[in-house]
Design a protein. Sequence first.
Length: 176
Amino acid sequence: MQKSFIIFIFIGLALISTLFAQHQKQKQQTAQTTTKVLLPHFSLPDVRGVKQPISNWQGKILIINFWATWCPPCLDEIPGFIELQKKYADKNVQFIGIAIDKTDLVVDYLKTLNINYPILIAEENGEELVVQLGNSMKVVPYTLIVNPSNQIIYQHPGDLTKKELREQITPLIPLN
């Protein structure tokens, strides 16, 4: 009995290690995407229920972050995004949050923060959209950077630090 249990534990650990290694490999490959793909057109409602086409922000450097209220790493990123939006607002940079969550949960959560960038609500359409945008594992948080030519130039599943994000944004800002 004890021998079977030890074998079971060993197999379980091997499986978890393999899955983790595969996730890390995909995360690294996705984060280092250099192929420039055009951002497809889509429209989502904002927190007031008004449909907002992504083209509202065309010509800007877009930081599009998919998140959910049930995702602690997602919530941990938001204060940094608020800070960076303030810092880069006059540099043609626009953060956009896309919540893959129920509208009422998002609205309640947003009451606790002073978010200075648009929040769109994807609800059940969110999973389909993140897959279309390169996130086959449907991981949140998931962040895209889109250049002013509407090309997706960076994809990152998982949480991002302010430092990592600054390293991606800074080269895109013209020196003036």
